[in-house]
Each structure stands twice: as C-alpha cells, then as structure tokens.
Design a protein around this ligand. Structure first.
Ligand code: NAG
Ligand code: NAG
Ligand code: NAG
Ligand code: NAG
Ligand code: NAG
Ligand code: NAG
Ligand code: NAG
Ligand code: NAG
Ligand code: NAG
Ligand code: NAG
Ligand code: NAG
Ligand code: NAG
Length: 848
C-alpha cells in the first residue's frame, strides 16, 4: 500500500517538469550573483551553496525552462541596494523583498524590463527616491511599497497602464502632491485595495472613485487632504473599509453613504466634518467600527443607529453633539465593546439601556452635562475595564462607589469633577472588602470632596495612579498610602492636608524597585486619557508607562521636615512639595533621585544651603526653591546653569551670579530676614482681603469723615471765625484725600486680588481635571496662561506688601500732620491705630 502511494507520488512528480531539475538559465544565475554582490546578509547562502543550479537556491523559483520567476527574500536581513542587474530577470513575476534593510533608489530603468512582474512587495525597507513609474507591466496586480522613504509625486498616468492592478499600497512614505486621480478615472477600474495613508498628499479627493465598483478598501488617512467627501464616493458599493482619518476634510457626511451597504469600517476621525450624523446610518447594518471623533459634528444620535447591531466601536468624542442620551436605545447594540461619547454636550441621566451591552470594556462619557446617579445596575457590565465619567454633574458618590465596586474587571475609574462638595465616602459606607481588586487608576480630582483620605484605598494593592487633587481633604497623609506597592503617580495637591510627610517611602515599591516598575510598565489603557504633562501641555496617554512617576502634595498645609528617606524613590520623575509649611534643610539625599525631571520646593520655610550634590540630577529640567529661607551660594554648573533666576527669588540669603549677589560680600547668615511669602490658599487670602477691606474702610471713613467734622466743631468754637485760607484746614483736606485714597487702594487691591486669584483657581481646577482625562479642545496655551497668572498672583501678593508699607507710611505722615493741627483728632486716630494694626496683622497672617 505504502509502495503504491510512493509510486503514485513519483509518477505525479515526474509530470512536473519544473521539479525535474531543468538547470537554471545561466543569464539569470549571473544576474542573481550580481544582485547578491550589492547586499550583505548573514542568512543568504547562494554562493556557498553546494548546488550550481540557481533554481534550488533559497527564495528562488524557476519555470519549466529554468527561467527565474520568483525572488522571495522577505525578512532575510538583506542590507544594501538593489542591483540594476535585477532587470535581466525578465521572467520575474513575483518579487518580495519586504522587511529588510535595503536602501537607496530603485534602479528604475532595470525595473522597466520586468515586463512579467505581477506582485511587487518592497515594504518595510528604507528605499528612497521617486515612484518607479516605468514599472509599466500591464500584468502588475499588486504593488506594496509601504513603509519606505519614497517621495515625490505618483504620476496619474501610471494607473492608465496598470489595467490589472488590484492592490496598490504606498502607505507610510513621503509622497507629496495632488492625489493621483487617474487611480480610478481610467475607464477600467479593477482595483480592490488602495492604501495611500501616512503620506503628504494634499488637495481634494478627485471624483471618479464611484467607477471602481470592485473597490473594497480605501485608506488615505494621515495625509493633508482637504475639501469635501466626493459625492460619487457613495456609488462604490463594494466598499467595506473607508479610512480617511486625520486630514482636513470638511463639509458633511451625506445621507447617501447608506448606499455603501457592505461598509464595516467608516473611519473619519480628526477632520473638520460638520453637519449631522447621517440619519439613516442604521441601514449600514454591517458596520462594526465607527470612529468619527474629533470633528465638528452636531445634532443628536440618530435613533436608527440602534440598528447597527454589529457595532463594536463607537467613538464620537470631541464633537458638538447634544441631546438627551438616555433616550437613545443601546439595548440592541449587543456587540458594543468601546463607547466614547466624551467632550460633547449630551444631557440627561446615564442611559440604563447601556447596561444590556454585556461585552462593553471601555466607556468614556467625560465632559458632557450628564446628571443623576450611577445606578447599581451598572454591575451588569461584567467586562467593563475602563470607565471615565469625569466632568459631568453626577451626584451621590457613595452610591457610585458602592455600585462600581462590584465591577470585578474595572481597572481604570475616573470620576473627577462630579459630586461637588459631597463627603468622601469612607469605611462607614463602604463595606465591600473585595471590591476594586483590579483597579489601577483612580481619579477623584476636583470634586471638592470633604473628609479624610478614605481608608478603603489601602486595600487597592494594584493601584498605580491616584488623583485626589483639588478636594477639601483634611487630616494627615496616612502612612499606608506609602505602602501601595504599585503606586507611581500620586496627586494630593490643593487639599487641606496637614501634619508631616510619612517617612516609610520604601513601601512605594514601584518607585523604589526596578522589578516592580517593569511589571507596572506593561499596563495599557483601553482608551486614551489626557493628562496635563509636567511641561504643562495636554498629552494623550494610552499607556500608563508614559505617565511620568509623580509625587505631588503641593498646596496643602504640610509641616515638618522633608524626610531623608525620600532619597529611596529613585524612579521618581516629578516631585512637587511646593506651597506647604515644610521647614528644615533640603536633604542631601535628594540627589539620589537621579531620574528627577521636575523638582518644586517653592513656597515653604526651608532654610540652610542648597546641597551641591543636586548638580548631579542630570535630567532636571525644572527646578524651583523660590520663596523659602535658603541661604549661601547657589550651585553652579550642570543643570543649574539652565534655571531662570525666578527659581531662586524670595531667598535673600542666596548668593551667586544668577541672583546678582556676590558670595564674597555675602557671608552665610544664620537667620534669614526674609519673610517667606507664599501663595496662601484661596480661603485664607479671601479672609485677608475681607479683613483688610473692612478695616481699611473703617479707617478711611473715620479719618475721612471725622477730620473735617472736628474741624467744623473747632471752627464753631473758634473766636477767629471761618478762615478758608487757614493752613491747617488745607492740611485737613489733604488728610481727607489721603483717607479716601486709602479706601480706594484697598478696594482696588481687593478687587484685583480676588479677581485674579479666583480666575487662577478656576483655571487650576480646569487644568487638574484635565490632569486626568479631558479635553482635546484645550491647548498648550492654558498651561502657558496658568504660569503667567501664577506669576501675576505672586507679584500681586508682593504688591500687597508694598501697599502695606505704603499705608503705614501714609498713616504716620497723617499723624504728624494731625498732631500739628489738632490734638483731638490725633487722639482719635491713635485710638484707631491698634485697630489698623490688627487689620494689617490679619492680612499679614493670611500671606504667610
Ligand atoms: C541555506 O540556508 C537555509 C537556511 O537559512 C537552509 O535551509 C538551506 O538548506 C541552505 N542552502 C544551502 C544550499 O546551503
Ligand atoms: C526562458 O528564457 C529564454 C531566454 O530568455 C527563452 O527563450 C525561453 O522561452 C524562456 N522560457 C519560458 C518558459 O518562458
Ligand atoms: C544585466 O543587465 C545589466 C544592465 O542592466 C548589464 O550591464 C549586464 O551585462 C547584464 N547581465 C548580467 C549578467 O548582469
Ligand atoms: C511578502 O512576504 C511577507 C513575509 O512572508 C508576507 O507577509 C507578505 O504577505 C508577502 N507579500 C505578498 C504581496 O505576498
Ligand atoms: C503589502 O500590502 C499587501 C496589500 O495591502 C499585503 O497583501 C501584503 O501582505 C503587504 N506586505 C506586508 C509585508 O505586509
Ligand atoms: C512607518 O515606517 C516606519 C519605518 O519604516 C515604521 O517604524 C513605522 O512603524 C511605520 N508606521 C506605520 C503606521 O506603519
Ligand atoms: C499596506 O501595507 C502595510 C504594510 O505592509 C500594511 O500594514 C497595511 O495593512 C497594508 N494596507 C492594506 C489596506 O492592506
Ligand atoms: C466613469 O465611467 C464612465 C463610463 O463607464 C465614464 O463615462 C465616466 O467618465 C467615468 N467617470 C469618471 C469620473 O471618470
Ligand atoms: C497642507 O495643505 C495646506 C493647503 O491645503 C498647505 O498650506 C500646507 O502647507 C500643507 N501642509 C503640508 C505639510 O504639506
Ligand atoms: C453580524 O456579524 C455576524 C458575525 O460576523 C454575521 O454573521 C452577521 O451576518 C452580521 N450581521 C449583519 C446584520 O451584518
Ligand atoms: C470646528 O470647530 C472648531 C472649534 O470650535 C473651530 O475652530 C473650527 O473653525 C470649526 N471648523 C469648521 C469647519 O467648522
Ligand atoms: C450645551 O447645551 C446647553 C444646554 O442644552 C447649551 O446652553 C450650551 O450652549 C451648549 N453648549 C455647547 C458648547 O454647545
């Protein structure tokens, strides 16, 4: 039996002459050896080959008469250029040299002799030069030049020769110029696949596409195309994939698109499309992917969309869509996996029909106007891993937390800027012990929640990112926060936290140990989140790895010293301890934080010298110790030469070229006379302003009103009678003027300070909220604006000091004048003086 089979096989084999060793055509063999001369490769063994028959060489196939027809050497590590001798392989029909390291231009004239060529794949090399338009073979079926460095135009005429072309892929090169329109205006359009994406094509998409009745895939994303979608596009009814993302396309998506019944992917994100989502889009029942985000689409979700029952990805974020989201029926979209409706203007409650979509893994409804509560029904979404509801108007955080805790797969939860002024849910309400076990990212920023850092966070052992900024959290930083082993990004800024910094940093394993850090680095996010980066520009992240390891406790009321143990956090990139009440020295150990890019210690009461070892922090690009009580020489050299002098201002004891104080004339002092001026918290500043204004008003009014009154009284009793040229009366008028000036100055100062400060605070809120997930509409300008405003506020606070000095001077002068003219009045002012003192003191306190 076996013999019989073998005989049969032998018989079959003998029927194929190609396998009966027709020796290789000698011209082809020489051409191949010449081809090999131009390249080096460790894996290509043609010349060392025992066989002299090139048809047996690796990657070569010959036809019956020994002519080479296939040259297939993908991923062979070929390095070098393509030899012109390839043109002698005139019977070549398949050429695949993809995934190598070939460079230089193609030998254009040689390619024109390859008249039998059908399949050409040169993708993933570093080939340069122009498109080989002499590639005129009318047998050519497939061209793949993608991921090379080709440039220049693709001549329209090319396609007129290529009547059999079915697949044309030039993606990821640097082709320029107008779109090669003849791609489809030729009467005979047989093409099925066109991929022009990732180039620099510009201008409009010319009409004619509709004539390509076999076209299935059309990609031209990531170019510089403008103008509208051509109308006849909608007659190419075989289209399954239409991808034109990231261009400058404008106009609307016509309802005519519903003719493309085969469409499964309609990818038009990042354009400037306006108008409504086609109202009959439900007729595209095969649609799976609908990414239309980052456009100017308006109107509401068309109800027919609920018929797109195979829809898996629906991304409409950053548009101008509106309407009550709860009226849309999601319950038929059972295949839905990703839903992103963020940054629109949707209203209403969270849609309860959404809870039928059991396969949902990522939901992002950020930045809408949703209200109501998170329903306990949400636990039905068993696969949900990513949920961002930030910047809405949701209420009842306790119910939200209790419901969401039941989602076993939840790993990203962002609820920032909701639940305004509620109480932070703590253990009294949260009793589920095994909830949130997979949570990696938790964001509650900007909710103005009161209470303490909730103790249940201690159980989240997988937590990597924690944002509790911009709340009203009081109490001390609990020591267990430092024991979350994977935590590498923590933002507690803008709260009311007091006490010292816990010392036990070694518990933050992700910032201490390389091993844990690498483990953490593998995490990815289902949908990108925006984070205000350390350079104050809005960045999108889809890997937590790219989020700079951060410890931010700024703008609290922390006191005590900076623990020397902080030096253990050697993977930390951003450390912000600014605007607290920290005292003591800058520990020498800080120089162990060798990955630090940003270090902010400003606005504390630190004293002593700046450790010279900080010069060793080679990645430090932002550093400030402004407004402390530091003294001695500023280190020079290294990164220290790149910091602006504002990084050191407000430390009169510091010396060095940058602050223009010579260290020779400035022996180190033991006590700084500098008054640490820090940006006080909003509330304190508010009190100070009110205090100041009220007392200023009292003083101003009394000194303004009483002085002339007493003068009048004095005049009544005077035997001399009214004398308007009386010098002392002029003086009294002067005092009135000064009094009113005082009131005015107080009011102006108050207005400015309140106004600027609240503006600034709003912006900070915005920034920090975008700090976890928001806004593509925002821009770098916000960051820049914030910095300028912070400077403005600081200088206003400084101005206030100057004003205080000025006030005292004015009042003293007024006293002297008053004493000279009228002792009754002087007495009055003397009574008022302590009151003024109290007012100034309270303002003073508020700056500290
Ligand atoms: C050339 O190397 C390949 C493996 O890279 C091997 O399969 C083939 O037999 C070798 N050919 C000759 C003729 O040595
Ligand atoms: C092989 O090439 C030779 C010379 O170019 C030619 O004469 C012959 O017809 C070719 N054989 C086939 C099967 O094309
Ligand atoms: C192949 O073609 C080149 C020019 O295209 C020519 O110079 C050469 O002699 C031909 N023969 C071989 C074996 O390379
Ligand atoms: C070329 O070879 C690579 C690697 O084997 C393969 O992925 C690719 O599909 C081939 N190209 C064509 C057009 O068949
Ligand atoms: C080149 O593109 C064609 C068509 O798009 C595709 O079939 C082929 O696999 C691609 N080659 C590689 C290496 O991906
Ligand atoms: C584009 O090509 C470069 C190098 O050739 C490659 O690294 C990159 O991944 C490619 N991009 C795409 C989108 O294919
Ligand atoms: C074009 O080629 C690139 C790389 O070879 C591939 O990734 C891409 O999927 C191809 N385009 C189409 C539409 O097949
Ligand atoms: C489409 O094809 C028809 C003939 O089938 C032709 O008359 C028309 O001009 C073509 N359209 C374009 C834009 O080339
Ligand atoms: C993109 O196109 C616009 C005109 O539509 C042109 O001004 C701009 O320079 C182009 N950009 C690139 C990178 O080609
Ligand atoms: C949805 O997808 C399934 C599985 O791919 C397919 O069998 C079904 O026909 C599709 N439904 C529609 C309406 O296209
Ligand atoms: C789209 O909206 C942006 C932001 O409001 C606006 O600047 C732009 O001009 C709009 N574009 C169009 C085409 O309407
Ligand atoms: C959002 O909707 C509200 C109420 O429906 C409206 O007042 C507001 O102007 C809208 N905002 C935008 C940006 O469309």
């Amino acid at each position: 039996m076996v013999h019989l089979v073998l005989h049969l096989i032998l018989l079959l084999l003998s029927c194929f002459p190609s396998l009966t060793h027709q020796a290789c055509n000698s011209l082809d063999q020489e051409s191949l050896l010449s081809f090999q001369l131009y390249i080096s490769s460790s894996s290509l063994n043609w010349s060392s080959s025992s066989s002299s028959d090139c048809c047996l060489w690796e990657g070569i196939t010959c036809d019956a008469s020994g002519n080479v027809t296939h040259l297939m050497l993908p991923s062979k590590g070929l390095t070098g250029t393509i030899s012109p001798s390839i043109g002698n392989l005139t019977h070549l029909s398949h050429l695949n040299l993809s995934h190598n390291r070939l460079f230089g231009p193609l030998p254009i004239t040689s390619f024109s002799s390859l008249i039998q060529l059908q399949i050409l794949d040169l993708s993933y090399n570093s080939l340069t030069g122009e498109f080989p338009s002499t590639l005129l073979s009318n047998h050519i079926k497939l061209v793949n030049l993608s991921s090379n460095l080709f440039n220049g135009l693709i001549p329209s005429s090319y396609f007129q020769q290529a009547g059999n072309l079915m697949s044309f892929n030039v993606s990821n090169n640097s082709f320029t110029g107008p779109f090669p329109s003849s791609a489809w205006t030729y009467y005979f359009c047989s093409v099925r696949l066109l991929d022009f994406s990732y180039n620099d094509f510009s201008g409009q998409i010319p009409p004619g596409l509709g004539n390509c009745s076999k076209l299935q895939t059309f990609r031209s994303g990531f170019n510089n195309l403008s103008g509208p979608l051509p109308d006849d596009l909608y007659t190419a009814t075989s289209l399954e994939e239409l991808s034109l993302a990231v261009n400058y396309l404008s106009g609307s998506i016509s309802n005519g698109i519903v003719q493309l019944k085969s469409l499964t992917t309609l990818e038009l994100y990042s354009n400037q499309l306006t108008g409504l989502i086609p109202k009959d889009i439900g007729k595209l029942s095969k649609l799976r992917h609908l990414p239309l985000h980052i456009n100017n689409l308006s109107g509401s979700l068309p109800p027919s969309m609920q018929n797109c029952i195979n829809l898996s990805t629906l991304n409409l974020r950053v548009n101008f869509l509106q309407g009550d989201i709860a009226t849309f029926n999601f319950s038929m979209l059972l295949q839905l996996r990703t839903l992103d409706l963020g940054n629109n203007n949707f209203t209403g409650n969270l849609p309860s029909t959404l809870y039928s979509c059991k396969f949902l893994t990522a939901v992002r409804l950020t930045s809408n106007q949703l209200e109501g509560q998170v329903s306990p029904e949400i636990v039905a979404l068993e696969s949900l891993s990513f949920l961002s509801l930030s910047t809405n108007r949701l209420t009842n955080i306790s119910i939200a937390i209790r419901s969401l805790m039941g989602l076993k797969n939840l790993s990203t939860l962002i609820l920032s800027k909701n639940f305004m002024d509620e109480a932070m849910p703590d253990d009294d309400h949260i009793t589920i012990s095994d909830g949130f076990q997979n949570l990696r990212l938790l964001g509650f920023g900007g909710c103005q929640l009161s209470g303490k850092v909730p103790a249940w966070i201690a159980k989240l052992k997988k937590l990597q990112v924690l944002d509790l900024s911009l709340n009203k959290i009081s109490g001390s930083i609990p020591g267990w926060l430092w024991t979350l082993p994977r935590l590498s990004y923590m933002d507690l800024s803008y709260n009311f936290m007091s006490g010292g910094l816990p010392k036990e940093f070694s518990g933050l394993q992700a910032l201490v140990s390389e091993e844990v850090r690498n483990e953490v680095a593998r995490s990815y996010l289902e949908l990108p989140i925006s984070v205000m980066s350390v350079n104050a520009s809005d960045r999108q992240y889809n890997r937590l790895l790219y989020l700079a390891p951060t410890l931010n406790v700024s703008n609290n009321r922390l006191s005590g010293v900076i623990p020397v143990e902080i030096g253990q956090l050697k993977f930390l990139h951003v450390l912000d301890l600014s605007h607290n009440n920290l005292s003591g020295n800058i520990p020498e150990e800080m120089s162990l934080l060798t990955n630090l890019e940003r270090l902010d210690l400003s606005g504390n009461h630190l004293f002593g010298e700046i450790p010279w070892s900080l010069k060793g922090l080679n990645f430090l690009s932002w550093f400030t110790i402004a407004h402390n009580n530091l003294q001695g020489p500023i280190p020079s050299g290294g990164q220290f030469d790149t910091f602006p002098n504002s990084s050191f201002e407000g430390n009169p004891g510091l010396c060095g070229a940058i602050v223009q104080r010579s260290c020779l004339n400035h022996p180190p002092t033991t006590t700084g006379l500098a008054l640490p001026i820090t940006e006080s918290s909003n509330k304190e500043l508010g009190y100070g302003v009110i205090d100041g204004a009220v007392f200023g008003l009292i003083i101003g009014i009394t000194s303004g009103a009483l002085y002339p009154l007493s003068k009048l009284k004095f005049l009544q009793h005077s035997s001399v009678g009214a004398d308007f040229s009386d010098f002392s009366f002029l003086l009294s008028l002067g005092a009135v003027f000064i009094g009113f000036l005082l009131v005015l100055m107080m009011l102006v100062w108050c207005f400015l300070a309140c106004h600027r400060r609240s503006m600034c605070f709003e912006k900070v809120v915005y920034m920090e909220i975008s700090s976890l997930d928001e806004a593509e509409h925002s821009s770098d300008a916000i960051g820049a604006w914030l910095t300028t405003d912070a400077v403005a506020v600081r200088s206003l606070v400084g101005d206030a000091l100057a004003l205080l000095v000025q006030n005292i001077a004015t009042i003293v002068a007024g006293l002297v004048i008053a004493f000279k003219s009228n002792w009754e009045l002087t007495l009055l002012i003397l009574v008022l003086f302590p009151l003024m003192g109290i007012s100034e003191y309270s303002r003073w306190k508020s700056f500290k």
